[in-house]
Design a protein around this ligand. Structure first.
Ligand SMILES: [Zn+2]
Length: 382
């Protein structure tokens, strides 16, 4: 017997109203992640889409902008890929820095800042990652970038298989790797969304005859391949000369050969399936690590974490870790200075296919002035 029916109805209406408000707020936040973060390309860049190279991506959430700038002198061509893993900000911020500052004198420069666009629309479950980071510019204003997920969004790829079988090699990996762009190369024009994305990038490498291509990453400081250059055997001589050049600048980048039996990765398949010289680079990002404490925007920007300081004191890390942590500016400076050194070496090794890019800040400039000084047009010399 219900003596208080009227009261129950009011409560039900209130709860329903509250649920609708929560849905509206979270739905708005969710939809706000559907587009791309703003970019301010330097003069001379033309904007294309990856679907211009592989039509199978057109109209899908896997399509992504590709920017190209041609120098006045003919030369080779270079691709800088950021955002293969959208939870590794130094990669896509470094690609953005090139896009927003570079002046190409010789050859062609291609930049894809947000390689896995779908991965930028979500965060990894149970990692408590921030959804955005804000980088302060020299005028005090901020540039905001999404902090996404290593994986393609479940909206685009669902369900996750128990085992991921890499098609061209038959290699078996854990099921979640099926959503990882850097296990999907050389891709498949009729495959899963991420296999089609990988195929699109391969088509760009082949179609534009890219001489040298970079895939920019970050990894946790307790991972052995960090502050490192990973080179395909065809890229190794160039990479070794670059690593020596960087030591001369007091920038230590470990040099690692791309394992021949590990398939699906850019540094392996770009080299095996195209004529490009592939390079993957890793900086150290404590906000991805297993030892970290609170995971928030501050950690992503500063890399300061007391558990990492303790691990460093116990000799458990593969990289130096001082009281300054691993700030984003330092991580970006490492990627940018390494790319600049590679371009210099490429011109020495193969003058005809050299690519010359001006107006890109050096390592010390970025550390001293902060990466924000080189975003959004601020800090340019012209
Ligand atoms: Zn990565």
């Amino acid at each position: 017997m219900d003596l208080n029916f009227k009261g129950n109805k009011t409560t039900a209406c209130l709860l329903l109203g509250a649920a609708l408000v929560i849905c509206a707020i979270s739905g708005r936040e969710f939809m706000a992640n559907a587009g791309f973060d703003d970019l301010v390309p330097a003069a001379g860049f033309e904007r294309k889409m990856l679907s211009d190279y592989f039509d199978g991506l057109r109209g899908s959430r896997m399509d992504t902008p590709v920017f190209v700038q041609n120098g006045a002198k003919s030369g080779g061509s270079v691709l800088i890929l950021g955002g293969t893993h959208p939870n590794e900000p130094s990669g896509y911020v470094s690609a953005t820095l090139f896009l927003e500052n570079a002046r190409v004198v010789k050859g062609r420069l291609f930049v894809i800042p947000f390689a896995n666009a779908s991965g930028f629309t979500n965060t990894l479950p149970q990692e408590a990652s921030p959804s955005r980071i804000h980088i302060t510019r020299s005028d005090g204003s901020a540039r905001s970038f999404r902090y996404g997920s290593r994986d393609t969004s479940p909206i685009d790829m669902w369900p996750t298989p128990d085992i991921y079988i890499h098609k061209s090699s038959g290699q078996e990996l854990a099921g979640n790797e099926s959503k990882n762009l850097n296990r999907a190369y050389p891709g498949d024009p009729n495959g899963t969304p991420v296999e089609r994305l990988a195929y699109g990038i391969m088509e760009l490498l082949r179609g534009e005859k890219i001489t040298l291509a970079f895939d920019l990453h970050e990894a946790s400081p307790e991972y052995p391949v960090v502050e490192a250059i990973v080179a395909h055997e065809r890229s190794m001589e160039l990479a070794a000369a670059t690593a020596m050049e960087l030591i001369g600048q007091e920038i230590d980048m470990r040099l690692e050969p791309s394992p021949k039996n590990l398939h699906g990765l850019s540094h392996r398949e770009w080299g095996d399936y195209t004529d490009t010289l592939p390079i993957l680079m890793e900086t150290a990002n404590p906000s991805q690590g297993r030892l970290r404490g609170r995971t928030d925007e501050t950690l992503a920007l500063t890399g300061l974490d007391k558990a990492y300081a303790k691990a460093a004191a116990l000799g458990r890390l593969f990289v130096p870790y001082g009281p300054d942590g691993k700030p984003l500016s330092q991580r970006v400076a490492r990627h940018v200075a390494s790319i600049s050194a590679f371009l210099e070496m490429l011109s020495l090794f193969d003058e005809e296919n050299g690519v010359t890019v001006e107006n890109v800040p050096g390592y010390e400039d970025i550390i001293q002035k902060g990466v924000g000084s080189y975003l959004g047009g601020i800090g340019r010399s012209n």
